[in-house]
Write a protein that binds this ligand. Sequence first.
Ligand SMILES: [Zn+2]
Length: 236
Amino acid sequence: MNPDLRNLIALQDTELKIASLQKQISDIPKQIETYHQELVRLEEAHQHRVVQLQEDTKRRRTFESEVDMMRARLSKLKDQLMLVKTNKEYTAMLHEIQMAEAQIRQEEDKILEIMEEMENLEASLKSDERELKARAEEIRKSVQACQSAIPELEAALVSLGEEKARAESNIQSELLARYRRIAELRKGIALAEARDELCTACHVRIRPQVYAELLGTEDIHSCDSCSRILYLKEAY
Ligand SMILES: [Zn+2]
């Protein structure tokens, strides 16, 4: 294989590694932000349940004071029952008492319902707190891992940069310029493997004469369709 081509392949390989490392590094703040957002969401959901529990407590108190008032009214009704004189009055009052008792039972059922809901809420709040604590700890560790990975990634980037400079210095400037032009047009991929008479980047057939020259000579050829510089893997 043409040594220039071999160097170009090494250069592209290094540049792709650099691009991937740079992306890894630039993704870190986003990743950390995602972790923070998760934590905020968890805390909000927890806070929501805490508020719900407080509201249930208030509702329960309201119902309880209503029941107290109803009971006071009931006992007044019972006192009055002793004082009625006619049968008709007595029946009417008795009916009123029964109604009041039924109402109290209804209210007490509501209180029981609220108490049950509160019990469930309290239980889930406790397990929530444990889960929240555990997840917050996990997130804290993940964020720390993300942050502490940066220096290592940056060091790798520096050594890849040196590798890139070395590869570039080994390539004649005209070919390097051609490589750069194509790389700019083709999202950093200026080289394409030729295989089975096809350009593996754009999948267009390579002219037989060009393919024969790729196989038999050290001439550098480009794909007619995507302009990428072609190379054969077997020879590499
Ligand atoms: Zn092509």
